[in-house]
Design a protein around this ligand. Structure first.
Ligand SMILES: Cc1cc2nc3c(=O)[nH]c(=O)nc-3n(C[C@H](O)[C@H](O)[C@H](O)COP(=O)(O)O)c2cc1C
Length: 382
């Protein structure tokens, strides 16, 4: 073989070429990366960079389990793409020398209006040398002023998660309605005793999970153990089992939001579970627009939280302007967690910077000023 050709072949073998899954191209250069190794955190400039770094370092099976959506992943993709249809109205002639991104949720003050659902469940065998530390996300969320909501499916016990929080850190807990009633009673008692302040009760995959082809290639779907008969009577019975405020999570229609208002809930959580459950379900933007149209009293009567595809400060800003009091992140903290606490902290800082910058450019001093006048959703056409 010609020596020049040899040299050329050796060069192209270096670096990593990743399928970037249609994520926005912002010039991330992976040619210096090594397959299976974690790139420097300082080289991560946005949450999409972090996702691709996680993809490079996590075994394919684990990346697929985080990344997967249901069926054709229409809703997963719509979650990411809907924000491009919304136009932001920026106003001049305002004093924006002091911009505050902190928010008041459930009578608690938070440095940012974000909530993170960072899984304590993580790959047991990682090919990376930089294995994440045991409990990074809660601490990182606490120091970044983000509300942390651990999953009931975490591998760490409820009590251990509570103990890992920072002094005074308020945490909510996610909960499922298990078919096994004594398990429900036991877990509710433990969550209360551990000091969690509210429950996000997931109501969008009762009885069954979505068919997630991408992850089924590695792990067959299994029985969720959730009750399939969770109707309004069962909801009323569930509410009697705890003194903690309950936030139904997974509201996908304005009718269900209104039902929750009428039933006296203090908050609801608009979510399609990151596109992992019902493929074809609407995005949070669409549901919020629908609530504005058909049941605007919901926003006055309850706190509304929302998630799905939030990867930029502007995505969060759009949900806040459409009436959400807080926005959630599912996959991003899980991907950021490949660097442990430092990764989750950087993720929070990047988002807060994007949010604060965009607010300043729009003439908004405080997240609480955001309202429908700052967004144009005509192109959403929902
Ligand atoms: C790996 C993974 C596990 C999840 N597990 C749960 C869960 O147990 N309960 C739940 O209500 N939502 C669960 N979700 C959904 C998230 O709470 C959140 O609604 C969703 O991921 C937000 O979309 P995003 O990932 O685009 O930010 C999970 C999401 C992922 C990615």
């Amino acid at each position: 073989m010609h020596p020049l050709l040899l040299l050329f072949t050796a060069n192209v073998a270096l670096g990593v070429t990743l399928d970037t899954e249609g994520l926005p191209d912002t010039g991330l250069d992976t040619s210096g990366w090594t397959k299976g190794a974690l790139p420097p955190l300082a080289d991560m400039f946005d949450l999409n960079d972090m996702q691709l770094a996680a993809k490079n370092v996590l075994p394919a099976k684990y990346y697929a389990s985080y990344r997967t959506g249901a069926l054709n992943e229409y809703t997963y993709r719509a979650n990411l793409e809907v924000y491009a249809k919304v136009r932001l109205n920026g106003f001049s002639f305002r004093d924006v020398s002091n911009v505050s991104t902190s928010a008041l949720l459930g009578q608690q003050s938070w440095a940012t209006p974000f909530r993170s659902r960072s899984s304590s469940r993580r790959p047991r065998r990682q090919v990376t040398r930089t294995r994440p530390p045991k409990r990074p996300s809660r601490a990182a969320a606490g120091s970044a002023g983000i509300l942390y909501v651990p999953s009931i499916s975490s591998t760490l016990p409820i009590e251990a998660i509570a103990a890992a929080g920072r002094a005074g850190q308020v945490m909510f807990h996610q909960m499922y309605v298990w078919a096994n009633h004594s398990r429900v009673v036991d877990e509710l008692a433990r969550i209360e005793a551990a000091g969690f302040k509210a429950l996000f009760v997931t109501v969008d995959n009762t009885g069954i999970a979505g068919v997630r082809t991408r992850s089924m290639r590695y792990t067959p779907g299994s029985d969720t153990g959730h009750a399939a008969n969770f109707d309004l009577h069962a909801l009323a019975a569930f509410r009697n089992l705890t003194t903690l405020p309950i936030v139904p999570k997974g509201i996908k229609t304005w009718q269900d939001a209104r039902t929750c208002l009428r039933l006296g809930f203090r908050a609801v959580y608009v979510s399609n579970h990151g596109g992992r459950v019902l493929d074809g379900a609407p995005t949070a933007v669409e549901v919020l627009v629908d609530i504005q149209k058909h049941a605007p009293e919901v926003f006055a009567g309850m706190e509304v939280y929302a998630d799905g595809g939030v990867r930029r400060g502007t995505d969060a800003l759009i949900l806040l302007a459409l009436g959400a009091r807080a926005v959630g992140l599912g996959r991003p903290p899980m991907f950021a967690n490949v660097w442990g606490e430092a990764g989750v902290s950087r993720m929070a800082a990047l988002l807060a910077r994007e949010l604060g910058t965009s607010m300043q450019l729009m003439g908004v001093r405080d997240v609480r000023e955001l309202n429908g006048s700052y967004v144009n959703t005509n192109a959403v056409g929902y």
